[in-house]
Ligand binder design. Structure first.
Ligand code: MG
Length: 442
């Protein structure tokens, strides 16, 4: 479903709903004692546990998502850490989406706490009235502590921007052709979701100093500054063209390899190969700026049997650490339940990892994970260096050693522990390559 087009539609009919401090507020919703207190949700509550969501009260104390518990407690001794409860958040998410769907069938969840409502084809409804009703109804029907911010604009990007800017003014804001220049003139480049420090710097050096100037810069010029078609999309976003309710040409990517009789004798080789396949996909996804929301894994064995798995995840991933971890968790679960012995064994003749159901980096709004952009940049930089100097010149800790180390990698911790429980329905294995599907084989 591609709802993008190069047509300008200036009428503000796209709503962006963003839950405030979502995980923390879910906890405050179910535990009355936590209300009005500085609360934070952590992946685990050990000394170095990472805080992934802070209550409003905790934010007011100057705490930031991504901080470790020892640092948090030093600043705010009455802070209350709560262990994350993904099942709970998903239940609230589902209830919220159901509220939104009462007003429009065209609801696209963007993450666990964000959704787009496209009223373009609902001429009879007034977006402002609907936004107010939604805000009230979430409080009444889902939880009286679950506040949200709603942005309204002609496209999803500007609606997201309106939802962020509107947080301080009662959680409701509209951007339209009449007020956009005034709103943008009050912002810095870094205030635009998706424009990080690097890109701000590049734009400023090229003479585009503010979001307002950016809006009035030609698509060709922005393309030259961004050194990619992204520049054109940025022009579109700021000029009422939809680029963020998206579908694209890539349906899936996979990495596959045959394993010779000689090589499969060595289980370490099989583990290494599994990692290589995941790293290959990571590299491709980084290159295309994709995150995947579905993962597939297949192992074929000497006796002609195979082990197949496919699952969807709520929070999209791009990095090999998470890919490997999620596949391994599924494998371990299966091994425990079935008792048929290890999936990774010396009889494997072929291994395949597939990713699909992509979202673009440009469409990702990681409001919960402030450090995600830094993580993105780190991955990108690493791959750039590898491309330039050869892949053996830069090796991450995980690439050097065994799966034990991989489990200990903390850098990606904020997302992975959530996604553990985020399995949904399995996806069908694509039996034949469809057009647009990329195959990477060795
Ligand atoms: Mg949020």
């Amino acid at each position: 479903m591609n709802q993008n087009s190069i047509q300008v539609k200036a009428e503000p009919r796209v709503l962006f709903v963003d839950m405030n401090s979502f995980f923390a507020r879910c906890e405050q919703q179910v535990n009355f004692w936590l209300r009005n207190r500085p609360v934070g949700v952590c992946v685990y509550t050990g000394k170095y546990g990472c805080v992934i969501s802070l209550s409003t009260e905790a934010k007011e104390r100057g705490l930031k998502a991504g901080m470790r518990l020892n640092d948090v407690m030093a600043i705010c001794p009455d802070f209350i850490p709560v262990e994350s409860n993904p099942v709970r958040y998903r239940e609230f998410h589902t209830k919220i989406i159901n509220v939104l769907k009462q007003y429009c069938q065209d609801v696209v969840p963007k993450s666990i706490d964000e959704a787009i409502i496209n009223l373009t084809n609902y001429d009879h409804s007034d977006p402002l009235t609907i936004a107010r009703k939604i805000k009230r109804e979430i409080l009444e029907k889902v939880g009286d502590y679950l506040e949200c911010s709603v942005g309204i604009a002609p496209n999803a990007f500007l609606a997201k921007l309106a939802s962020v800017r509107g947080k301080k003014t009662g959680g409701l804001m509209m951007i339209n052709p009449q007020n956009i220049d005034e709103i943008l003139s009050g912002l810095k480049l870094g205030d635009l979701p998706g424009i990080g420090a690097n890109m701000s710097y590049r734009l400023e050096r090229a003479g585009v100093k503010t979001p307002l100037e950016m809006r009035h810069t030609s698509p060709e010029r922005l393309k030259a500054i961004f050194k990619s078609i992204d520049g054109i999309y940025w022009h579109y976003r700021l000029n009422f063209i939809e680029t963020n309710i998206v579908a694209h040409d890539y349906r899936g990517m996979q990495a596959m390899r045959q394993i010779s009789a000689e090589k499969r004798k060595n289980i370490e080789y099989i583990d290494q190969l599994f990692m290589t396949l995941c790293l290959t996909l990571e590299k491709r996804m980084v290159h295309h700026k994709f995150y995947c929301k579905s993962i597939g894994f297949t192992a074929r064995y000497e006796d002609g049997t195979r082990w197949d798995d496919g699952f969807a995840i709520t929070l999209p991933v791009q990095d090999a650490v998470n890919l490997m971890r999620m596949i391994r968790l599924r494998v371990e679960k299966f091994e425990k339940l079935s008792g048929t012995g290890p999936v990774f064994n010396n009889d494997i003749t072929q291994m395949r990892v597939a990713v699909t159901n992509f979202v673009n980096t440009g469409n990702m709004f990681y409001s919960l994970f402030d450090d995600i952009e830094r993580q993105d940049t780190a991955l990108k930089t690493m791959h750039e260096i590898k491309n330039k100097f050869g892949s053996d010149k830069l090796i991450r800790a995980m690439e050097m050693t065994d799966s034990k180390v991989i489990k200990d990698v903390i850098g990606f911790g904020s997302v992975k522990d959530l996604t553990d429980l985020d399995y949904k329905m399995p996806v069908a294995e694509p039996s034949n390559p469809s057009p647009g599907e990329e195959y990477i084989e060795y």
